[in-house]
Unconditional design. Structure first.
Lengths: 289, 289
């Protein structure tokens, strides 16, 4: 199969490494010549170019660019596509993307491989990044079944666990476990900065340990990522924050009223339900400082 | 020096391992015979007993019990103490503890070694647990200077970084970086449980990855710990939650108004200030599931 990859970063490069290993013809497109050369040198692609023309006649093309340029990349690709070319993306929001890109290319199917690490770029691409991780495919009623099948087969070939749901359901689910954590984690850092006493602020920084480090990690991540989540999944992020806000208010009311029984029951429930959310998560990323 | 340790868990056991290695006479007291035997077998103490009498004539005694039994342990210890015995504790809240225990034993100085790990118990005690970590000492105007000196010297001997501040300042600082994270992390888990659509709830669990895992870690920890933080540091926890609540409201207002510039500025600030809080934190605890 001829597979095209636009955007040779962590995700695009790692997909390329796996597809190359499986014997596919993999052609990459990046904005910079240095990235093209690095991707070839790493074995992530066999050919690489800064020209989308290189992807003509591809059987499937993965758009692995940042969220805000997926649509413009698709528009630029269209003149180079054969009618049977399947277009897909790896963006972390699906509703707006699927709507927009399908209008330009009906043979599009949205995808979201739920893998990543703290670092970005082709240098940190690695084989088997998607193995045993969720790969969400989000067809609509109009998506050609053959396009879904082609993507699902490739995802399973790289050992990912395929889930299929509508773009709307996807966006609601990731708001809870991916976008909401970024928002509430960032607000933790901001809250600490509001302490007016400089001695307390300084000691807080000196005393901060693994609890603060873990809880603040995604909130202190790359600013673009949080911004794209909030702007592209705005309604669902607001919906989850509204519910979260109510939980904080409830907890404050219980502490105010010294209702320790209610708090104990909630903390016990948290302790027992959390493993259902973390059983599929990979080992902690020890590269994180 | 004769050093007593009441409560032979992770902290008490680890202190014992370090003090024994430094050549001190270390005597432990635990509630269960099996714990006493395990502590001796591990080399955490040279003698261990279920009777506080074993600690008579100690130069310093570390109360390493859970927060809610520190005061009652001190009361039980008093009949066995020589006038010059320094009493200290390792509790994570200092205001209420220092007030209460000082009334029973004026030669008391509050302490808080900021070290820990996910697991608890004598089995996971380890040498050098406190090395390069903050050890907060919280004297009041009435605390004998000799008591502060004795504790500070021992803390520096085990390579901890000694910080001295009032109990009130300590409690305010740890509310920000230790207690608030537990509260907001727990509310994240609770918020996800409020999703009414079972399909979304199930997919959210299946999609949850390292971001959710890290942000929810301390909120899904042992229920007793969060409860003791909220109840023993109630005012400061409420104060930090009030400020946090305002941050969440501000963020929601910005998303609602599509004020992406304000959000980008805040996320960028988060990204840049977080390292000031995490430079002293140890490497991620890879034992955490």
């Amino acid at each position: 199969m001829k597979i095209g990859i636009v955007g040779l970063g962590l995700i695009g490069g790692s997909l390329g490494l796996d597809f190359t290993r499986l014997g596919h013809q993999v052609v990459g497109v990046a904005r910079r010549q240095a990235t093209c050369e690095a991707a070839i040198a790493q074995g992530a692609v066999q050919q690489a170019s800064m020209d989308l023309q290189a992807l003509s006649n591809a059987d499937i093309i993965f758009i692995c660019t940042p969220l805000h340029v997926i649509e413009s990349t698709a528009i630029a690709l269209v003149p180079h596509l054969s009618p049977q070319t399947v277009l897909t993306d790896v963006g972390s929001v699906k509703g707006t993307i699927v709507d927009a890109v399908t209008r330009h290319w009906p043979n599009f199917v949205g995808g979201h491989p739920m893998a990543g690490k703290t670092e970005v770029g082709i240098e940190v691409a690695e084989p088997h990044l998607f193995a045993h991780r969720a790969y969400v495919i989000t067809p609509t009623a109009q998506t050609p079944l053959a396009a879904v099948d082609r993507l699902a087969t490739l995802a399973r070939d790289i050992k990912a666990v395929v889930h299929t749901c509508s773009p709307a359901i996807h966006d609601r689910a990731v708001a809870w476990i991916s976008h909401l954590p970024v928002m509430i984690s960032g607000s933790l850092i901001q809250a600490c900065l509001q302490e007016p006493d400089p001695q307390v602020r300084k000691l807080a920084q000196q005393f901060a340990s693994s609890g603060f480090r873990d809880t603040s990690r995604v909130g202190g991540g790359h600013p673009d990522l949080g911004l794209l989540m909030a702007s592209h999944n705005r309604q669902e992020v607001l919906r989850s924050l509204t519910v979260y806000q109510q939980q904080i208010q409830q907890l404050m009311a219980w502490i105010e009223a010294e209702n320790w029984e209610a708090i104990a029951a909630q903390l016990t429930e948290n302790h027992h339900v959390r493993p259902a959310f973390t059983q599929s998560a990979p080992a902690p990323d020890t590269a994180e400082p």
